[in-house]
Design a protein around this ligand. Structure first.
Ligand code: SAM
Length: 266
């Protein structure tokens, strides 16, 4: 370095979570950077959402004003509200784009992270998904909960533009995480991911995008009925890989091309 040159300022390691989680979320390889998005640890209301996920509809705890007080407030005891408890890293995978891995051991049953993003109405989820090209990553998840009286509650979450670290989770046909919808203080469920088994440091974290868990069915058809697009190949590498990523047929159908009566999957 010539005497007149300025010494290079040491670059801070990138925190994908922008300081909004309990701990930084690092990126591998150093210097690489995932495409831009706005980090939000919690759901936000998007177009067409029936309910604002930030609105408290189940007060639940005594402290209605924020922040809650440790030691006195019951809501602080719920695991999902404690946020990230283990160091996670966004990393470049072979063939799947970015992925998420743990840097520390995670015991079975432990809460790992949420899948948070814009909560959308059905029409907006359908509009966004139908505008995707074959090369685009799909971040939209459709969660269907079968409740009393045969009713089905649908929640559509898209963390593509606004979302949390969960948006980097890839699909696996033999996943190590299980997604559970959890209601804390709103009717809009938080999508909590728990360790389905002990997970070693360095292991990629994954869940089954179909919502099933080690009980998948077909994987046989190669097209997305109603979309005219081929299904995306799955590179999860598991012994029982179904060969294609799950998808939600209802989000691809149009009034002219109704859904072929397939179960909801993304
Ligand atoms: C929610 S994003 C996951 C993060 C994404 N890999 C990225 O780079 O941001 C879902 C997309 O990741 C890719 N993906 C996820 N799991 C995959 C798998 N098992 N095989 C191939 N591609 C996968 C697909 O492009 C899918 O639409």
């Amino acid at each position: 370095m010539a005497a007149s040159e300025e010494p290079e300022a040491p670059t801070e390691p990138l925190d994908v979570a922008c300081g909004l989680e309990n701990m930084p979320v690092s990126v591998w390889p150093p210097g690489a950077r995932p495409g831009p998005f706005q980090y939000s640890p919690d759901h936000v209301a998007g177009p067409g959402a029936d309910a604002d996920p930030s609105e408290i509809t189940f007060p639940g705890c005594a402290c209605l004003a924020r922040p809650c007080v440790p030691g006195t407030c019951s809501c602080l005891h719920r695991v999902v509200q404690r946020g990230l408890q283990r160091p996670l890293q966004v990393f470049r995978t072979d063939g799947k784009g970015w992925g998420l891995r743990t840097l520390a051991f995670i015991p079975r049953g432990r809460f790992v992270c949420e899948y948070a993003g814009e909560v959308l109405g059905f029409s907006e989820a359908q509009r966004r998904i139908q505008r995707q090209t074959e090369q685009d990553s799909n971040y939209i998840i459709a969660v269907r909960e079968h409740v009393a009286g045969g009713r089905v509650m649908e929640t559509f979450v898209d963390p593509a533009r606004v979302g949390n670290v969960g948006r980097f989770l890839n699909h696996s046909c033999e996943p190590n995480l299980l997604m559970v919808p959890v209601r804390v203080d709103s009717m809009v469920p938080r999508l909590a991911l728990f360790a389905a088994r002990d997970i070693s440091p360095g292991e990629e974290l994954s869940y089954d995008y179909s919502g099933r868990f080690l009980n998948r069915s077909d994987g046989g058809d190669k097209g997305r009925p109603g979309s005219g697009k081929p299904r995306k190949p799955c590179f999860c590498g598991s012994a029982s890989c179904a060969a294609f990523l799950p998808y939600d047929a209802s989000l691809y159908c149009t009034p002219e091309k109704p859904a072929p009566g397939q179960e909801g999957e993304v």
